[in-house]
Design a protein around this ligand. Structure first.
Ligand code: G3I
Length: 315
């Protein structure tokens, strides 16, 4: 079979996967290197990973993933600079004034995006800022700094790494709905204000059989706004044990998502959130569900793998 990265390249699409650094050897490393043209560290670049103790940094896994990507001719998607989750406890347990919080965030972005300057194709600068109804999520950042934390984070990220494409990333924004419309309005307003914003990430943590019918239309409206779109965290979970009907539906779902991205020129990257069922967040978060990725736990390609390939013109 032609590797997904080559099929994607022929269509102008970067095909990525989230990875765990410690697993990048053996079959896992071989597949990650051969099949994908972009890597996203699944956890290694989150604030809690890189600065577990204040002013004491651990870049080992992030550096390892960046080096692996460079050795394999791959892009890196940085994930993520500003989030409400997986922050270090010294940060979340501290009591900070608004001014202190702003300085902490600015320094964090300067430090991390600065460390990888020139090596990151795109940063998920802000992750998951919205509630389902399109209001801003109450977080450390929103509560302490107001909605302008988003514009400021983007501005600081641009200063730290001018070549990186800067994204806002969220889930349940794949179809046209209240949450994706809030993201749309945010991007429009940022662009009107001259704030650097290059793209939106649609995570696409899906349930088998539930690809939104408005996915392509939604991708297109962001493209028409003048930003790139990436499918950043694609997976499609099913009730376990998986059966052939679920696996067939999952293939159709992966194919539909890939086809929607392929149909819009500004949809530049399609990334799966783990390529093997042995390296997925789903089973621990949704007991009784899983099998959400394109390869099974023994690294055999599932029908979903061929769904991606077929949508990219492969077999
Ligand atoms: O590192 C510790 C390890 O030392 C410990 O032994 C083990 C025991 O549970 O936990 C390990 O940490 C886990 C970490 O993943 C690394 O495996 C955390 O408990 C676990 O909560 C964490 O889950 C991550 C999750 O984000 C946290 O919200 C998933 O791996 C990661 O795939 C997931 O990714 C998020 C994206 O960043 C944003 N969008 C949603 C997506 C899925 O939740």
């Amino acid at each position: 079979d032609t590797p997904l990265r080559d099929l994607g390249a022929a269509k102008g699409k970067v095909i990525g996967t989230a990875v765990t650094g410690s697993r990048l050897t053996g079959t896992y490393g071989d597949l990650a290197g051969a099949q994908f043209s972009s890597l996203t560290p699944g956890n290694a670049m989150k604030w809690g990973s890189v600065e577990p103790v204040r002013n004491s940094f651990d870049w080992a896994e992030a550096d390892q993933i960046v080096a692996f990507a460079q050795a394999h001719g791959q892009q890196v998607r940085g994930h993520t600079l500003v989030w409400h989750s997986q922050n270090p406890s010294w940060l979340t347990n501290g009591s900070w004034t608004s001014a202190q919080l702003g300085t902490l965030l600015q320094n964090h972005i300067a430090t991390e995006a600065g460390r990888y300057k020139g090596k990151i194709a795109a940063w998920d600068v802000v992750n998951e800022p919205f509630n389902e109804d399109g209001t801003y999520r109450s977080t450390l950042w929103y509560d302490g700094l107001g909605a302008d934390y988003i514009a400021n984070a983007l501005t600081w990220a641009r200063a730290a790494d001018p070549a990186a494409k800067l994204y806002v990333n969220d889930y349940n924004v794949e179809g046209v709905n209240a949450k994706s419309t809030a993201l749309y309005n945010l991007v429009r307003s940022l662009k009107e204000r001259g704030v650097p914003i290059d793209g939106v990430g649609l995570q696409a943590h899906l349930v088998v059989g539930q690809v939104p019918s408005t996915l392509q239309q939604n991708i297109q409206r962001f493209a028409d706004l003048g930003v790139d779109v990436a499918i950043t965290e694609l997976d499609a979970r099913m009730t376990l044990p998986s059966d052939s009907a679920e696996l067939a539906q999952q293939k159709a779902d992966y194919k539909a998502v890939t086809a929607a991205c392929a149909a819009v020129a500004r949809c530049v990257n399609l990334t799966v959130w783990g390529f093997t069922d042995s390296d997925s967040w789903v089973e621990s978060t949704f007991p009784g569900q899983g099998a959400a990725t394109p390869y099974d736990a023994n690294y055999a390609p599932k029908p979903a793998y061929y769904g991606i390939a077929e949508a990219l013109g492969g077999t």
